[in-house]
Design a binder for this molecule. Structure first.
Ligand SMILES: [Zn+2]
Ligand SMILES: [Zn+2]
Length: 95
């Protein structure tokens, strides 16, 4: 978890051009939700579909099709359940 947050090179919001905080999530490209929403709203439907098409399932790594939400992490409920079971198993063994 921690590794996703680290000091970054100076960066600027892709929408309004404000400087981004030095400590931020590695994927952060906007200063806040307002800017990211404005950016995505400015895209055409096709472009938004492309962005969604780049989502990959955290379980099997397959591209998530028809993702309705940007933060979707698994291709389907079965995959999410399987991944949760696997990580629970790994934690049990490590303990
Ligand atoms: Zn901004
Ligand atoms: Zn999957």
């Amino acid at each position: 978890m921690k590794a996703y947050y680290a000091e970054q090179e100076p960066g600027w919001c892709a929408w309004c051009g404000e400087a981004l905080p030095e400590i931020r999530h590695w994927r952060t490209t906007f200063c806040d939700k307002t800017c990211s929403n404005a950016y995505f709203n400015s895209l055409t439907a096709d472009a938004r579909a492309d962005v969604r098409a780049t989502l990959a399932c955290r379980g099997c790594g397959k591209t998530i099709r028809d993702a309705k939400r940007q933060d979707r992490q698994f291709c389907d409920a079965a995959c999410r359940r399987r991944t949760a079971q696997q990580s629970a198993f790994t934690c049990d063994r490590a303990a």
